[in-house]
Write a protein that binds this ligand. Structure first.
Ligand code: MG
Length: 426
């Protein structure tokens, strides 16, 4: 399903104001309320203006009334306009090109903003860079403290304006903070996280956006409009195996796995699970160690070919199965091994992936992975894979015993890294 409405966050996503908003906020609390420095400890990223004002008033013991909020915000707007008049700030990389490409697209989506700014503040920030026509559809942070509530409002307005039946799945929210990702999830919308606002790319990935990029520069509008269509991925993998377009399949086990298992000569009777096993080549070196091996794949065609090549019965066994669908349903294994499966899983499903691995590995068992390290995500798969994200996601449950650059298939040298994790017993 194609995206019908693209909603941009403003600060750190469309424009960087050189800190004009934070400065204006600071001036307001200083000049209007005589509280210099009161904003130093406040976190502005991803917040709505209303939530910031309410926080300040509460902390100062000032009654939070509509009149007081308005007084604050009108002072703030004056300072903001003054600061923006100094022509500081810039449009974020790739924004103009993306907006232009979306407007000119044959199947052009509606464009708008979903922002923590109040309407006038948003207008000032966008006008400073000639982007104010994005305000044709706008949800603003003057009415709510919660960004998730703004997203609900956006969905309601879209229904009124574009007709009933408009759902969250028709919307993509582009933003630079975890709050943007979270508010998209709250309404079932897709999210594109962009690391141009200060939050590190790795941290954004950790929040499971539908997709993440380091900047909007070079972003293919067609890919943006199809964002999340991998949800039909089961059929896609099947189609790829049917067409034979399986360039990742080298017809033999991963060299790094072969080397690793030459050190583990006897795993007799140990149970090994290989999700995403494709045509099953990686089962071979495991079987040679004496382990009992089960390979899973989404594609019935791949599993069929694995059985034809490596046996219909006995060891290894193969099954058509979605590893993410029913964590733990196959029981516990001593080892879970994967080869470049993580990079095929879009960021929005990675939480489920970690849960599935956790459910499959017995306490003190091992999770061995050959990860394809992909520092950014131009058009996945392979999707972005970083050391930081792997560590953030797995370290709470697994102890990292070793990681190293393995021997790889030609063309992948230096791009793969092997990780040996042991599940914590607690
Ligand atoms: Mg932002």
């Amino acid at each position: 399903m194609k995206v019908r409405l693209v909603l941009f966050d403003i600060d750190g996503t469309l424009v960087r104001t050189g800190g004009a908003g934070v400065w204006a906020f600071g001036e307001t609390v200083h000049r209007l309320y005589g509280c210099p420095g009161a904003t130093k400890a406040m976190r502005f990223h991803g917040r709505t203006d209303r939530s910031l004002v309410c926080q300040f008033l509460r902390e100062q013991g000032i009654p939070v009334t509509e009149t007081e909020i308005e007084r604050f915000l009108s002072g703030y707007l004056g300072f903001l306009e003054e600061r923006l008049g100094h022509q500081i700030g810039e449009v974020c990389p790739g924004v103009r090109e993306l907006v232009r490409a979306l407007k000119e697209h044959g199947d052009a989506p509606h464009l708008g903003v979903l922002t923590g700014n109040i309407p006038k503040g948003a207008q000032l920030k966008l006008q400073a860079h000639g982007l104010e026509d994005l305000l044709g559809f706008g949800v603003f942070g003057g009415s709510h403290e919660s960004r998730n509530q703004l997203a609900s409002n956006a969905l309601m307005i879209a229904n009124e304006r574009f007709g009933p039946g408009f759902s969250g799945a028709d919307i993509v929210i582009i933003g630079d903070t975890p709050a943007d990702i979270e508010c998209a999830r709250a309404i079932g919308a897709r999210s594109l996280a962009v690391a141009t606002g200060g939050d590190p790319f790795e941290e954004l990935l950790e929040h499971s956006p539908t997709w993440a990029v380091r900047s909007l520069e070079g972003l293919d509008p067609e890919h943006l409009l199809k964002l999340g269509c991998f949800e039909g991925g089961l059929t896609d993998w099947e189609a790829l195996y049917h067409s034979g377009d399986t360039h990742w399949d080298k017809g033999e086990p991963a060299p790094g796995l072969v080397d690793f298992l030459s050190e583990y000569a006897a795993l007799v009777g140990e149970r090994v699970l290989i999700p995403g096993c494709g045509r099953g080549h990686d089962t071979v070196p495991w079987v040679h160690t004496g382990a009992e091996v089960l390979g899973l794949d989404l594609s019935a065609r791949a599993v069929d070919q694995a059985r034809q090549r490596y046996g219909q019965v006995g060891n290894p066994r193969f099954a058509v199965s979605d590893f993410l669908a029913a964590p733990g349903s196959l029981g516990r294994f001593d080892w879970v091994f994967e080869h470049t499966l993580w990079c095929a899983i879009p960021p929005c499903f990675r939480e489920e992936y970690v849960a599935a691995v956790l459910a499959a590995v017995r306490p003190d068992g091992h999770y061995l992975a050959i990860n394809y390290m992909q520092p950014s995500d131009p058009v996945g798969p392979p999707h972005a894979v970083t050391m930081a994200e792997l560590h953030q996601r797995f370290a709470p449950h697994f102890e990292l015993r070793r990681h190293w650059v393995p021997r790889s298939f030609p063309g992948r040298e230096g791009r793969e890294r092997m990780f040996l994790w042991r599940r914590r017993s607690g």
